[in-house]
Design a binder for this molecule. Structure first.
Ligand SMILES: [Ca+2]
Ligand SMILES: [Ca+2]
Ligand SMILES: [Ca+2]
Length: 157
């Protein structure tokens, strides 16, 4: 009779995977055991999330083998880790099941160019400078470069 629920080898499965791996990449294998016989020991796996739709996860689990693979691209800059549950249920007339936690961390790759911040060049004028003192003296080529950098620059002199 089906008097045992599947037991996971661990209550927490943790793995790290690099971002940008191809779809279908194997991440880790979830395994449980069931000491009953026949269908009462035949385990099927599925993913479960507590506060959102598990179809939004970038992972799927193979129903029979327990292998978790990617089904969407992973972007470390969007999500750096995923927490969800995996449910193992046997195939008894009245199926019994157990739940374990999975934490998958996304490892960072250097896949972003540095972003140029517009630079602001400022020059303060001392109040003691006599009127007419040049604020800044720059050549035309430097002035052009500054304008490219969206600098606010007042030309005088
Ligand atoms: Ca069982
Ligand atoms: Ca990325
Ligand atoms: Ca990155």
């Amino acid at each position: 009779m089906n008097d045992n629920s599947p037991k996971f080898y661990s209550q927490l499965f943790q793995e790290t995977i690099q971002e940008n791996v191809p779809l279908g990449t194997s991440v880790l294998r979830i395994q449980a055991f069931d000491p009953d016989d026949g269908p009462n020991a035949q385990i099927h796996y599925r993913l479960s999330t507590t506060n959102s739709d598990e179809s939004l996860l970038p992972f799927v689990i193979a129903r029979d083998s327990g292998w978790i693979t990617t089904k969407a691209e992973l972007d470390r800059e969007s999500f750096s880790s995923y927490n969800f549950n995996v449910i193992a249920a046997d195939s008894g007339d009245i199926p019994l099941s157990s739940t374990a936690s999975v934490v998958i961390s996304v490892h960072d790759l250097n896949d972003n160019d540095p972003k140029m911040e517009p630079k602001i060049y400022e020059k303060h004028v001392s109040e003691q400078d006599p009127p007419g003192t040049p604020v800044a003296t720059v050549s035309k080529s430097i002035s052009y470069h500054f304008q490219n950098a969206r600098a606010s620059l007042h030309m005088q002199g």
